[in-house]
Design a protein around this ligand. Sequence first.
Ligand code: DC
Length: 234
Amino acid sequence: MSHPTPPYVPRIRDPRTPIIVAIDGPAAAGKSSTARWVSERLGFYHIDSGALYRAATVAVLRASPEGSQWDESDVLRAAQRVSTRDEGRAFVLLVDGVELEQEMRGGAVTQHVSRVAQMRGVRDWVNTQVRTLAKGRSVVVDGRDIGTVVFPEAHLKIFLIADPWERARRRLIQRLGRSPADQEIAEETERLVQRDARDSTQTVQSKDAVLIDTTYLTQAEQVERIVALVKVLR
Ligand code: DC
């Protein structure tokens, strides 16, 4: 499959046009942290679509902690308790008016979120939220299907990948705050590969996405590449 290179990124003629940058890719490829950094560099908003799936999962787990007992209608009912607060360049997610962050990244949510993200109605709910938040703004949106389903018209689409071992290593450094042992990386790689399989139907590389393999890039380097591509647009 061929991918467009910078000279082929179409220019935006009207300088007032809000720019949509979509960043997709598998788990732990660094999408959210890269998207946040790119959005800060450009003065755009950052929207993390995975966080909306996680917030809906927090809400349904609070309503009925028995994971196997709830279905799509329960998740959609619980999702009504999710709201957002505009923080200037990003949106904070709230459930029942309370900020989430810690709980959203916890083990129980990570365990159940793939199932929640497979529910058609929940995907429609997240997609509507994302489109509403993005309306009239220049945004960097990260997820799995942003360039294919949510914003097929995005001005720039990035698909971030990295070797599973390297993704596992980075995730562990972030979580443990130290260099992980090979055995720990091997175990985390196994979990990541399983997550990749669970999320594989949603994780789609748009044929007009620019593929960036970050295995041998620093985060600063990958951010610079994306910022440079956005600058080609104007
Ligand atoms: O990126 P993350 O780990 O926070 O994503 C949480 C879950 O949501 C994961 O199972 C993938 C899923 N997801 C999705 O299906 N589509 C998106 N656009 C974003 C996330």
